[in-house]
Design a protein around this ligand. Structure first.
Ligand SMILES: *Cc1c(COP(=O)(O)O)cnc(C)c1O
Length: 361
């Protein structure tokens, strides 16, 4: 008997990342989604204008939508996606949000609260009892998991169930986990937010964001806002991000394998007081035994690891997060966030080990 051909619903995420969002397999069609720089489309169709839609965005949206299991909209940046989703919350309503999260998200929530637009209740997102206890009268539960840069992990199934029981919608920022390690819509979330600037595009060469949802009403409301706010992605960015996503599985597997090995080696290192790792993915946060000064020295002592912000690229980077004054004071001064890239693990370890020895001497 011959095996049945695989149905597209059975495909694994690594295959979806390679195959989704391409033109139909027909003679003379390009294999890749074409780059279509256009502000104007001939009237009479659905497109009309470059702020409403673009075929190049759609290739990226199809691929990420397939990976997350919903319908996707691409944005000019991750923060454009974050602010657009927060705009769905009505005036004066309550948002339960993590105390530790991406700085820009925290800043935006703080601004909206300061202007009386929203009420924000901050919680430790890893403390399920604290979060569920804060959901009374809330319109929205905002989850980021793992959190940036403390790497706390939320119990998504428990939190989404409790939120829905309390009548709140759930958004999950899935930037750190990627759809290869966590599919929030399958775990009950209503909306997924991404900074595609990070792992999805993966080469530190663009800024892009995305939202994915299965809720048609939310999708339409977001599409309408994207048109009217104009927070639309650049065509080249969407095209490059889709190209980057083709290797997402390779890059995530590689950086995770290296991160796991580095966590084992760092755990015994006398210069490192504490290693935070959520158990998956390519981000590690370490706390230096020598304090903030040692952390700053480390960032300047490496050669293979680049001292730079952001994360999720093929290049390994490191940074002391509290160098940003807006980072919450509950993030330790001596915390250095490591984004493990795709370089050789022995080169990464030797460089880090030498730098740690240098700052300890
Ligand atoms: C970087 C980041 C964002 C913001 O995305 P931009 O593309 O920089 O606007 C949002 N959430 C998380 C978790 C991030 O790391």
């Amino acid at each position: 008997m011959t095996a049945m051909p695989p149905r597209s619903s059975d495909l694994s995420p690594a295959t979806i990342a390679v195959q989704a969002g391409r033109p139909p397999h027909e003679p003379d069609q390009p294999l890749n989604s074409p780059l279509v720089p256009a502000s104007v489309f001939v009237a009479g169709g659905d497109r009309e204008y470059g702020r409403y839609s673009n075929p190049t965005w759609e290739g990226f949206e199809e691929a990420l939508g397939a990976l997350e299991g919903g319908r996707c909209l691409a944005y000019a940046s991750g923060l454009a996606a974050v602010t657009s989703v927060l705009d769905l919350v009505s005036h004066g309503e309550t948002v339960v949000a993590p105390r530790h999260a991406y700085l820009g998200t925290l800043h935006q929530l703080g601004e909206l609260e300061r202007r009386g637009r929203l009420v924000v209740r901050q919680v430790d997102i890893a403390d399920t009892t604290e979060v569920t206890g804060a959901l009374d009268d809330a319109a929205l539960l905002w989850i980021e998991s793992p959190t940036n840069p403390a790497l706390e992990v939320a119990d998504l199934p428990a939190l989404t169930e409790a939120a829905h029981q309390a009548g709140a919608s759930v958004v999950c920022d899935n930037t750190f986990a990627t759809p290869l390690r966590q599919r929030p819509l399958d775990l009950g979330a209503d909306v997924v937010v991404h900074s595609a600037t990070k792992y999805l595009s993966g080469h530190a060469d663009l800024v892009l964001g995305a939202v994915v949802t299965r809720d048609d009403q939310a999708w339409r409301a977001l599409d309408e806002r994207r048109r009217s706010f104009g927070a639309v992605p650049g065509v080249l960015e969407a095209w490059l991000a889709l190209r980057g996503m083709r290797t997402l599985a390779l890059r995530v597997d590689r950086s995770e394998a290296s991160a796991r090995e580095l966590v084992r080696r760092l755990a015994d290192h006398p210069a490192v007081g504490c290693v935070r790792y959520p158990g998956f993915g390519g981000i590690i946060s370490i706390e230096l035994a020598g304090g903030a000064l040692a952390a700053d020295l480390l960032c300047h002592a490496t050669e293979v690891w680049v001292h730079a912000t952001s994360l999720g690229g093929v290049e390994s980077t490191l940074e002391r997060r509290r160098r940003w004054t807006a980072e919450p004071a509950t993030i330790p001064e001596e915390l250095v966030r490591l984004s493990v890239g795709c370089e050789d693990i022995d080169d990464l370890w030797r460089d880090l080990d030498l730098a740690l020895a240098q700052i300890s001497s």
